[in-house]
Design a protein around this ligand. Structure first.
Ligand code: SAH
Length: 256
């Protein structure tokens, strides 16, 4: 009899943006495999668990996906409750499908616990809705990050067609992102907001435009960041310029 593997969303960073289901599972977990971005307070909820970092941040310490899959399967043969804790929601840019497929193939029982994705934490902090009546009724989550076999720049076509586009893993390739969006018909003047470390006290907000994105992205630090594109963000830009609530309360948003 093998145990159950739970793919659990850890949320965007702040430890209190975790679901109750996730917190209860962590308290019961025998072993937790976690990403580099998971907050120490969240990990501390797993009082009795063995903790294994399988952090994947591009350019930094990484564990090959196939090895992670094998670790999960081996752990399920040894423990009852195995938690695989992933930043944000596991089903969005979290390589969940590789793990699901490997576990299903190994006939391991599996459950998935959703989490708050970075896009929702960033939107909450900006107090700017992803959708808006009469202005934005489509949202695309996309990434310019390429994997072997992916079609080049297909992401940009989708992002350009949406009213609001939230780009993950994009701040580090701002030049390419800006050029690809404009090549797909997005005007250089379209508003952009970069949100770094959403939900954390170290958050940073930079308001810019598609055309000026490469220069603005120089201001992004080491933290994870989203590039959010759309007319809805023109208000954020205006609020920063006018120094009005709520953005003036964000300490670093005037760096734009
Ligand atoms: N599954 C995660 C995304 C993983 S991909 C989710 O649902 O949020 C990693 C990317 O997510 C980072 O490169 C960055 O673009 C984004 N990200 C994760 N946490 C973030 C945060 N606190 N603030 C801003 N962006 C974040």
């Amino acid at each position: 009899m093998s145990g159950t593997v739970y793919l659990v969303g850890a949320g965007p960073g702040a430890p209190d943006l975790l679901t109750l289901r996730a917190a209860r599972l962590l308290a019961r977990a025998d072993i937790v495999f976690h990403d580099a971005l998971v907050h120490p307070e969240t990990l501390a909820l797993a009082e009795r668990a063995v903790k294994v970092a399988v952090g994947k941040r591009s350019g930094k310490l990484s564990t090959a996906q196939r090895f992670i899959n094998k670790q999960l399967i081996d752990a399920a043969h040894k423990y009852q409750i195995v938690v695989r804790l992933k930043g944000g929601d596991p089903m969005l840019f979290g390589r969940a499908q590789e793990e699901i497929d490997a576990l299903v193939e190994a006939r391991i029982t599996l459950e998935i616990v959703p989490g708050i994705s970075a896009a929702f934490a960033a939107s909450a902090e900006l107090q700017c809705s992803l959708t808006r009546r009469a202005l934005a009724r489509s949202v695309v989550f996309a990434t310019p990050r390429e994997a072997a076999g992916s079609k080049q720049n297909e992401w940009a076509k989708a992002a350009a067609a949406a009213d609001t586009a939230v780009l993950y893993m994009a701040a580090g390739e701002a030049e390419h992102v800006s050029a690809a969006l404009m090549a797909n018909g997005v005007p250089a003047s379209r508003a952009v907001v970069i949100v770094e470390n959403a939900s954390d006290t170290t958050r940073k907000v930079i308001a810019t435009t598609v055309g000026e994105l490469p220069a603005a992205a120089q201001g992004v630090g080491d933290g994870p960041a989203l590039v959010m594109v759309g007319e809805v963000y023109a208000d954020v830009q205006a609020a920063i310029n006018a120094e009005v609530f709520p953005l003036s309360l964000l300490p670093s948003c005037k760096t734009a």
